[in-house]
Design a binder for this molecule. Structure first.
Ligand SMILES: [Fe+2]
Ligand SMILES: [Fe+2]
Length: 289
């Protein structure tokens, strides 16, 4: 009998040790949209968490941002980079730290985060290639978190998710295709969105995670959801890490039509993604520290 979404959601939400982001991260995510927040406030909040500050400084001083002089304090980094870019670094450092232990159902956590980071960089590059520069950092966060439901399933429902991953590998299927057979009307994208809601992250993030395999179902945040859908596929095409299955999904026809995805455009996206990945070595090396 297919697994019921409501029952599984209740089971997952009642798990006491469901991972939480450091409270400073949730506060920062909430404050970044607030125009009255100043750089010193944000810097002070981040500095309360020393380990996080150290990682953020490592990222902001990396080749990815390419500043000629060393940035010595988080407060200075907020002024120079702006809130949106700082948010990207903080979220990256925090989720790697929160979900670094091996999961129970056999998902390779390091390769998983490599895929997620690849998708983050690709979602951002896609937004930029579309000229939607103002959405680029949000697209990064959506890409980074898009498959987080797989970790939740793997860690807390391994008896369900382990066989799904195994079956997908044996039959060369997508995890979503197997999920569609055994789960009643939901999949890891929905599970991920439940966690994001529980974390009280902004609605855009909920929708990017929920919609990354079926963007045609989302009329709100249409562009962001499409960028993450495309970013996931580009990260797969470039073989960056692994989200647990190694098949290539097709682009959602609604996205292909409304965003006019043609060969030329995709080639431009891929070029940008390769450049981004080349510059993001320090982001990837955070996974090993
Ligand atoms: Fe996915
Ligand atoms: Fe993915």
């Amino acid at each position: 009998m297919p697994i019921d979404a409501k029952k599984l959601r209740t089971a997952i939400e009642s798990i006491n040790d469901l991972p939480t982001l450091p409270s400073v991260v949730t506060q920062i995510m909430g404050r970044l949209g607030n125009p009255s927040t100043n750089a010193a406030d944000i810097g002070r909040l981040i500095e309360q968490d020393q380990a996080l500050s150290g990682k953020v400084l490592r990222l902001v001083n990396s080749a990815y941002y390419g500043f000629p002089k060393q940035i010595k304090s988080v407060r200075h980094a907020v002024v120079i980079l702006g809130f949106n870019k700082i948010r990207t670094s903080i979220m990256t450092a925090s989720v790697f730290e929160t979900f670094k232990k091996e999961t129970a159902g056999g998902l390779d956590i390091k390769r998983f985060w490599q895929h997620s980071l690849g998708a983050a960089l690709a979602s951002k590059a896609t937004a930029e290639a579309f000229g939607a520069v103002q959405l680029a950092e949000d697209a990064f966060i959506g890409g980074l978190l898009h498959d987080i439901g797989k970790i939740v399933m793997d860690q807390f429902q391994p008896a369900i998710f382990g066989p799904i991953v195994k079956f997908a590998a044996e039959r060369k299927l997508l995890i979503t295709e197997v999920e569609a057979k055994v789960m009643s009307g939901f999949n890891h994208a929905a599970v991920g969105s439940w966690l994001i809601e529980k974390w009280r992250l902004p609605n855009e993030v909920v929708r990017m995670v929920a919609g990354h395999h079926a963007p045609h179902r989302y009329s709100e945040e249409r562009e962001l959801v499409a960028f993450v859908h495309i970013g996931d596929i580009l990260a797969r095409a470039l073989g960056v890490g692994s989200g647990g299955d190694n098949c290539m999904p097709a682009f959602d026809p609604a996205v292909t039509a409304s965003f006019r995805l043609d060969r030329d455009f995709l080639d431009r996206c891929v070029e940008r993604v390769i450049l981004e990945i080349g510059r993001a070595g320090e982001f990837f090396s955070l996974l090993s520290s």
